[in-house]
Design a protein around this ligand. Structure first.
Ligand code: ZN
Ligand code: ZN
Length: 288
C-alpha cells in the first residue's frame, strides 16, 4: 500500500474505495460499468514474491463485486442505485478501474432520496451468493442483539455486517434471550419458549429435557405454568382447556419437530464458533 494509486481520470483510490470498473469499450459491448470495492492492490503476476516484489508498481487489483438486481433476476427493479453485495472477488487489470463511486448500506443513509439525487451514489441491503444463486439480508452487526455480550463484542469489532436469511433476522435482532433456568444464553435452535409466561429455556434445562422442539402447532409450557394450568382445570376455572402436547413415552424415540433440526444445529455451531472464524478482507459474516 506504499504507492498512491491514481486512476486515469485523476481520482486517487485506496483500499476499500468503491469504483466503476469495465474492460475497454469494444470488449465490453455496451454493458454498463460494474461496481466494485477495492480489496487490495497487487503487483504484476510475475513479480518476485517477498521484499524484492515490493518495488514493483501495482498493475492489478482484487475487486469485490456488487451485482445489479437485473444481473441476478428477471424481477424488474426501477431503482438504478440499488445494488446487491456479494462475497465474490476477482483480480483485474488496474486499467479497468474507471472512476470512484460510493456504495453504502441502506441503514447508513438517513436521506435516501437525497443520496440518490447525487451522482455515483449507490446503496445495498441484500447480498447475492453467486455460488448457490440465493439472496440474503444484510444488517449492520450492531443490530444483532440476541447474543452473549462477549460474542457480540467480537462480532461487532470484526464485521460491519451480518448476512442471514430473512427468517433468522427477527431472532438475531431480538433482545438477548437468557435461559430462565441456568441464565445462560439461549441460541434459538436449542431453545423452547413457554407459551404462557413467554420465558425461554434451553431444551436441556427443562425436566424432562426436550430432545426436539415441539412440532409446529403444539405449544410448550414450563413446569410452573403447567402446574398452574392443571390447578385451574381442577378447579373448573377453564371449561375448554387448550390441548397439551402428548408427552413422549420414555423408551420411544423422541418425536422430531417439523422445523428442520439438522440445519438448526449447524446454525448453533456457527454461532458458537464465532470468535475464531472470520473472512479476511470481508465485512460480511454469514449467520445461518
Ligand atoms: Zn439453561
Ligand atoms: Zn411458563
Amino acid at each position: 500500500m506504499s504507492f498512491p494509486v491514481y486512476l486515469k481520470n485523476g481520482d486517487q483510490v485506496k483500499v476499500n474505495d468503491h469504483v466503476y470498473c469495465s474492460p475497454s469499450w469494444d470488449t465490453r459491448d455496451g454493458t454498463p460499468y460494474s461496481v466494485a470495492r477495492i480489496m487490495q492492490f497487487l503487483p504484476p503476476a510475475d513479480a518476485p514474491k517477498g521484499e524484492e516484489g515490493k518495488n514493483y508498481l501495482y498493475t492489478r487489483v482484487r475487486l469485490a463485486w456488487y451485482y445489479r438486481p437485473s444481473d441476478v433476476s428477471d424481477r424488474p427493479v426501477a431503482d438504478s442505485r440499488l445494488l446487491l453485495a456479494a462475497i465474490y472477488s476477482e483480480v483485474c487489470d488496474i486499467n479497468q478501474l474507471r472512476a470512484k463511486c460510493h456504495v453504502v448500506h441502506r441503514d447508513k443513509i438517513s436521506d435516501l432520496s437525497g443520496w440518490k439525487k447525487r451522482p455515483d451514489r449507490f446503496y445495498f441491503n441484500r447480498l447475492f451468493d453467486p455460488y448457490i444463486k440465493k439472496e440474503f439480508e444484510v444488517i449492520p452487526s450492531q443490530n444483532v442483539r440476541n447474543l452473549p455480550d462477549s460474542i457480540r463484542d467480537v462480532l461487532i469489532s470484526r464485521y460491519e455486517y451480518v448476512v442471514a436469511e430473512k427468517e433468522v433476522i427477527p431472532d438475531l435482532t431480538d433482545h438477548v434471550r437468557l435461559c430462565d433456568s441456568c441464565q445462560g444464553w439461549c441460541p434459538s435452535p436449542d431453545t423452547v419458549q413457554c407459551d404462557r409466561c413467554k420465558r425461554y429455556f434451553h431444551m436441556r434445562c427443562v425436566q424432562p429435557p426436550l430432545m426436539a422442539k415441539p412440532s409446529r402447532g403444539y405449544g410448550w409450557t414450563c413446569a410452573p405454568c403447567s402446574r398452574k394450568h392443571e390447578q385451574e382445570v381442577d378447579s373448573h376455572e377453564i371449561r375448554h382447556p387448550t390441548p397439551v402436547p402428548p408427552k413422549p413415552k420414555s423408551n420411544l424415540p423422541a418425536p422430531r419437530g417439523r422445523g428442520r433440526p439438522r440445519k438448526d444445529r449447524s446454525l448453533a455451531e456457527k454461532q458458537e464458533n464465532l470468535p475464531v472464524k472470520h473472512f479476511n478482507l470481508w465485512p460480511f459474516r454469514y449467520f445461518g
